[in-house]
Design a protein around this ligand. Structure first.
Ligand code: CP
Ligand code: NVA
Length: 304
């Protein structure tokens, strides 16, 4: 098992299932408000170069509930890579803290942080991927369906960090994954090849929302302009308009389809208010599961 949680594909299928089973156990303990303190006396440094609601709140709440102390280090606090070299921050912070969670722009920066850190580094999102989110997502799908057999997951929108983590998961757990968006916004080719070469799952690239959503177990979307791209928002709104997840799309999949979104959602853009509020929308279960999945990840990484 690796020392850090940076990419889903760094873990075996069995290791990923262990995380999911433990997440379910920890979730039950949390709901029962059991005394569970595997991080008694330990500390978690949370480094954020970008804004966050779920990641910050779920890591801090989870780690505190598990007996530890969490420190929030925002964009203006330590100036990672600006005020000080990443490799220096890595060695300093890991002298004080048992776990480091980081949300950074450049993926290379989290690789460097992990290389020089003696403590476990957990990836809380980079421009390339978002592994904690997709572990929470698959936990949510498992809870709602009762199994992960014969899944068709259709992602609608930008081929971004969320898609890359789904593709990495698809290289370990079987699914049919469809990425549907405008041309020019496809996911990273090397990551697509990872799925194809794994022989575990099938990948389909689509530019046609209706056929992409046909027979889907899950329709998933994310913002059209990610953090760091917000100045492109108006242009992207025009380019992505046909890929909105709306009631017409969801009502015509020919199947009982769940709707998922990593959040934050921009209602009226990539998803309508009606879809967000529909019975088939499981976005808040998904958000809750961020905490349980991450707690399991930290417990398992701490033991290894
Ligand atoms: N889904 C997610 O990572 O949310 P935040 O950006 O609010 O942390
Ligand atoms: N793709 C989005 C995900 C936010 C959780 C972003 O990077 O802004």
């Amino acid at each position: 098992m690796p020392n850090h949680f940076l990419h889903i594909a760094d873990f075996s299928k069995d290791e990923l299932w262990n995380i999911l089973h433990l997440a379910k156990e920890i979730k039950t303990k949390f709901h029962n408000r059991e005394d569970y303190k595997p991080f008694n006396g330990q500390s978690l440094a949370m480094i954020f170069a970008k804004p966050s609601a779920r990641t910050r709140i779920s890591f801090e709440t989870g780690f505190t509930w598990m007996g530890g102390h969490a420190l929030f280090l925002g964009p203006n606090d330590i100036g990672i890579g600006k005020r000080e070299a990443i490799k220096d921050i890595a060695r300093v912070v890991s002298r004080y803290n048992d776990v480091i969670m980081a949300r950074l722009f450049d993926h290379q920066h989290i690789l460097e942080l992990a290389e020089y850190s003696d403590s476990t580094v957990v990836n809380g999102l980079t421009d390339y991927n978002h592994p904690c989110q997709i572990m929470a997502d698959i936990l949510t799908v498992w809870e709602h369906r009762g199994n992960l057999d014969d899944m068709k997951i259709t992602y609608m929108g930008d081929g971004n960090n969320i898609v890359h983590s789904w593709l990495q998961l698809a290289s370990k757990l079987p699914m049919h994954f469809v990425c549907c968006g405008p041309s020019g916004f496809e996911p990273d080719e090397k990551t697509v090849r990872m799925v194809e070469e794994s022989g575990i799952s099938t990948f389909e690239l689509s530019h046609d929302p209706k056929s992409a959503a046909q027979g889907a177990d899950v329709v998933y979307t994310d913002v059209w302009a990610s953090m760091g791209q917000k100045e492109e928002a108006a242009e992207r709104e025009r380019i992505f308009a046909d890929f909105q997840v709306n009631e017409t799309l969801m009502d015509n999949t020919g199947k009982e389809t769940l709707f998922m979104h990593c959040l934050p959602a921009e209602r009226g853009r990539e998803v309508t208010d009606g879809v967000m509020e529909a019975d088939y929308s499981i976005v808040f279960d998904e958000a809750e599961n961020r905490m349980h999945a991450q707690n399991a990840i930290m417990v398992i990484m701490n033991k290894s």
